[in-house]
Ligand binder design. Structure first.
Ligand code: RM4
Ligand code: MN
Ligand code: MN
Length: 424
């Protein structure tokens, strides 16, 4: 299903008067308004192919209706999201959940929807029916060379799919680790992982990158071989300039200062990108900004400051991606909320008075520094985002429009109630 532009325009028309009033109110206090709006217009966040269906836990999964049954239908769902918010112009594929059987046709459909392909993700955390060796005891870190080879070949195959689609990065997340003390030799596991990644790295096309994601626990509960940003950074450094660290917000122990990690990785040119989500306890994969929007703002504050210091393009020099799971919400609504939360945090970070903050820091004026940050955080920037969306042909209020246009009902009519998308 594809949304008609006139339907979105019609919806906007009804909200326009209110929007203009709100926009003028907030815009009056924004220095460099045009720059802020054009940055918001340029900012896009990739949608993961595995998050367009209902997610589940190990206790069960409660499917919603009208889930995408194929990669084509997943692209169409991203097309709907992008038509509404004009900020989701790419999709990140997980292989083998979403193998592009006919790359040319898939690419053509994406182009027609105004989409392209972000990083491709390999999957060596599950066994596939067709594979010879099991990943029960790991993949790239495995003690058996043949298992490592199988996992290496899978990653190389994923790169090949990505090349066909125009992706530029391979994203690697390993579940490799151990469940019990004594199970693993940590150095051996690390060395095997490094050597395996080196082999994969060697096959990367010139303009490609490899992103190394870390996670402290789950599904292994004693150790994870790439358990934290230090281990990921070490691997990325040893691999070379095409390798860097991917930060998934849910992959930290409670209380970790993620914004500080982000700042240092950025300083070292080793921050690949993000998997955005939110969490209360662990890798909860909740809607971005639903639990701790202040932390998200603080992360974006470091990003904007750090990227500006390195003259980076906010929109394109880092991989922005959502990695969430929607167990009880409509996935499309959830993703719209996540993108909106990311844009809110970004817009607020753009409003931070950097000169004043730097002066406060140099004076050790702690109270003033906090005032400056929170003045930006407490600004209701939603009308700025709505304005950027409007100018790009999107909806002033994407979720309201999605509901008004009865998109889910149409999807259920088209696809049926009992559809199940591939993914987690
Ligand atoms: C992992 C990790 C990966 C994601 C899988 C589905 O926890 O976040 O990035 O691909 O889940
Ligand atoms: Mn992730
Ligand atoms: Mn995760």
């Amino acid at each position: 299903m594809q949304l008609e532009k006139y339907a979105i325009d019609e919806h906007n028309h009804q909200l326009l008067k209110n929007h203009q009033r709100n926009f003028e109110h907030v815009a009056a206090d924004v220095k460099e308004l045009d720059t802020v709006i054009s940055k918001l217009k340029a900012f896009n966040i990739a949608i993961p192919s595995w998050a367009l269906g209902t997610g589940g836990t190990r206790f069960g999964r409660f499917s919603g209706g009208g889930e995408p049954r194929s990669l084509e239908e997943k692209l169409e769902d991203v097309g709907v999201i992008h038509a509404l918010n004009r900020s989701s112009n790419s999709i990140s594929l997980h292989i083998p959940w979403d193998i592009p059987d006919n790359a040319q046709a898939i690419k053509a459909l994406a182009t027609q929807l105004g989409l392209h392909f972000d990083a491709v993700n390999s999957n060596t955390f599950q066994d596939q029916a067709s594979q010879k060796h099991s990943y029960k005891f790991g993949s790239l870190h495995h003690v058996d060379k043949e298992v490592r080879q199988q996992a290496i070949q899978h990653n190389i195959e994923v790169i090949k799919y990505g090349v066909e689609l125009g992706s530029k990065a391979l994203s690697v997340w390993l579940s490799d680790g151990s469940n019990f003390p004594g199970q693993l030799n940590f150095r051996g596991a690390f060395q095997n992982t490094l050597e395996s990644l080196q082999e994969i790295y060697g096959t990367l096309p010139n303009d490609w990158k490899v992103w190394v994601e870390y996670k402290p626990y789950e599904p292994n509960f004693y150790s994870t071989t790439i358990g934290d940003w230090g281990q990921s950074y070490l691997l990325a450094s040893k691999l070379g300039p095409k390798a860097s660290t991917l930060v998934d917000l849910g992959h930290h122990l409670n209380g970790t200062n993620i914004e500080q990690i982000v700042s240092i990785l950025l300083m070292e040119g080793k921050l690949a990108g993000f998997h955005f989500n939110d969490s209360k306890y662990g890798d909860d994969d909740l809607t971005v900004g639903s639990i701790n929007p202040y932390q998200l703002f603080l992360i974006f504050n470091e990003l904007v400051e750090g990227m500006d210091a390195r003259n980076m393009n906010h929109a394109t020099d880092i991989g922005w991606m959502i990695d969430a799971s929607h167990n009880v919400k409509d996935p499309i609504e959830d993703l719209l909320q996540s993108v909106q939360a990311i844009k809110i945090a970004y817009a607020q970070a753009l409003l931070v008075d950097k000169k004043a903050l730097q002066a406060a820091q140099l004076n050790n004026d702690v109270a003033l520094a906090q005032e400056i940050l929170q003045a930006a955080y407490r600004t209701d920037v939603r009308p700025l985002i709505a304005q950027a969306s409007l100018l790009m042909g999107g909806a002033l209020d994407p979720i309201k429009a999605y509901r008004k246009l009865n998109v889910r009902d149409s999807l259920i009519k088209e696809r049926g109630v009992n559809t199940v998308a591939t993914g987690l």
